[in-house]
Design a protein around this ligand. Structure first.
Ligand SMILES: Nc1ncnc2c1ncn2[C@@H]1O[C@H](COP(=O)(O)OP(=O)(O)OP(=O)(O)O)[C@@H](O)[C@H]1O
Ligand SMILES: [Mg+2]
Length: 239
């Protein structure tokens, strides 16, 4: 569904990703992992249209979208829950969600809001609360919910579990599994890889902007050398 061919992207003269091939199949879950500064966020921001592509091609269902504006990519079904969540802290939960659906007519926005609230019932109790006053977990639900308001076919989530309690992480990952069951493909970025490996189909490990390993999550889980070198699975205690 999403195909990256030799993606090179960066900021002005600085190249953050040096040639990445990646495929996210329909209803597939792909995890992009790697240390700080590896180029994970840059990759998904380039897919969303927010980081400059210097070389290579981004395809959605075979169609070249490399030069399309971000809004057009959103219309075609690529939505992003960004690093740091980037909520509008002074706006309410309901308003933040509404913004996510801005490309769709109102009736459709009301329907997708119902779907988001059934995925994250907690948000239903907090619709009139300012997003900035929510807990970290609730904010993550709003960020993912806001992306889902665009009714994407591909949802990209940066830093899925960063700073969240294990119980909340469980809820978020359960939601991701539910989205996949509904046919939505998910490209997720994680530093803590244990949970990502538990649900992902494919894993791509980035180091200094280069893919250094790729394979199925089952292969990654069985590869102790990879785990020791890149995945840091011991950092997070099992919950
Ligand atoms: N706006 C920017 N301007 C210049 N360089 C940037 C910018 N954003 C990121 N970079 C650089 O691009 C490289 C990749 O950064 P990126 O944010 O993609 O890494 P990451 O894998 O998401 O890291 P983290 O796990 O810390 O979020 C880093 O060297 C970073 O300093
Ligand atoms: Mg990042």
């Amino acid at each position: 569904m999403l195909t990256l061919e030799g993606l090179v992207c960066g900021y002005g003269p600085f190249v953050a990703v040096h040639g990445l091939d990646l495929v996210v199949p329909p209803a597939g879950v792909v995890a992009l992992v790697g240390a700080n500064g590896a180029g994970k966020s840059s990759t998904i921001m380039a897919v969303a249209g927010h980081v400059q592509v210097l070389e290579g091609t981004i395809r959605l269902d075979g169609e070249d979208i490399t030069r399309l504006p971000a809004r057009e990519r959103l219309r075609r079904g690529i939505a992003l829950s960004p690093e740091g969540r980037k909520l509008f802290p002074d706006l309410t939960v309901a308003e933040n969600l509404e913004i996510g659906g801005y490309i769709h007519p109102r009736a459709r926005v009301a329907r997708s809001r119902e779907r988001v609230l059934s995925l994250f019932p907690r948000l239903g109790e907090r619709l009139d609360q300012q997003a900035g006053s929510l807990s970290g977990g609730e904010q993550q639900m709003v960020a993912i919910g806001r992306a889902l308001m665009a009714e994407p076919r591909l949802l990209m989530i940066d830093e899925v579990s960063l700073g969240l309690m294990p119980k909340v992480i469980d809820q978020i990952y359960a939601a991701i599994v539910g989205l996949r069951a509904d046919g939505i493909a998910v490209l997720l970025v994680e530093q803590s890889t244990r949970r990502a490996l538990a649900i992902a189909d494919e894993v791509c490990v980035l180091e200094s902007g280069r893919p250094v390993w790729r394979g199925t999550a089952a292969e990654a889980r069985g590869n102790q050398t990879l785990i020791d070198a890149y995945l840091g699975l011991r950092e997070e205690a099992p919950s």
